[in-house]
Ligand binder design. Structure first.
Ligand code: AMP
Ligand code: ZN
Length: 113
């Protein structure tokens, strides 16, 4: 998608702090961290949100989760971490390219989940 911020980040057209990259998945630090460690994991292919997943495109989600586990270990999140994907307006999704927030490095509050 030509006008998508995260497509551009995955393509290297907009700079980011990359933590991991392969042919399908890109992981980078969130620009506005909400925890001591806060990174995003995205498929390189454009999928708008969880709501757009289907039998044809969902295999990349398991690849994203493999990267989540790998980068979390790389980042030293031995105490655990939280994985969040905001989907749609009510959830406050601001970038309409599927992404998984990974938050850790501190004890999480219990308010959201
Ligand atoms: P969401 O609100 O779930 O759509 O999350 C979008 C996330 O993208 C927010 O946490 C932003 O801080 C983050 N973000 C926006 N622009 C950038 C950027 N250029 N580099 C890294 N993270 C970004
Ligand atoms: Zn995109």
């Amino acid at each position: 998608m030509s006008d998508c911020l995260f497509c551009k980040i995955a393509a290297g057209e907009i700079p980011s702090t990359c933590l991991y990259e392969d042919e399908n998945v890109f992981a980078f630090r969130d620009i506005n961290p909400q925890a001591p460690v806060h990174f995003l994991v995205i498929p390189k292919t454009h999928i708008g949100s969880v709501a757009e997943l289907n039998a044809e495109n969902s295999a990349v989600v398991s690849k994203c989760f493999e990267v989540i586990a790998k980068v979390a270990e790389q980042e030293g999140l031995t105490g655990g971490y939280r994985v969040i994907s905001n989907c749609g307006a009510d959830a406050g999704q601001t970038v309409h390219h599927l992404h998984f927030h990974v938050l850790g490095g501190a004890k999480m509050g219990e308010k959201i989940l």
